[in-house]
Design a protein around this ligand. Sequence first.
Ligand code: SF4
Ligand code: SF4
Length: 92
Amino acid sequence: MKLTTGGVCKSGGSWKNHTGTWRVFRPVLDEEKCIGCGYCETFCPEATVEVQGNIAVFDYTYCKGCGICQQECPVEAIEMKEEDELEKEGEK
Ligand code: SF4
Ligand code: SF4
């Protein structure tokens, strides 16, 4: 068996990696539809969505745009929009 050289990554976890910088899709909330159930908060793998005052609030610095929150939302209050399109529309 051939052994290869390895290394140790610095500690810090995902909070040091701004995963939002490479996001292709962004979750956009329809506040009229959101019922504050917290499913999105429960299932988000990056812990970047939090229900505040009965409304889901996204932290786009770390949201990687995976769309799990959209899939789990029972009232279809989240739409995944392309970052490029949002930029063209001036919504970024
Ligand atoms: S798109 Fe993914 S990372 Fe972003 S808030 Fe939804 S579940 Fe979390
Ligand atoms: S899962 Fe949908 S309805 Fe529930 S808090 Fe999140 S966005 Fe709002």
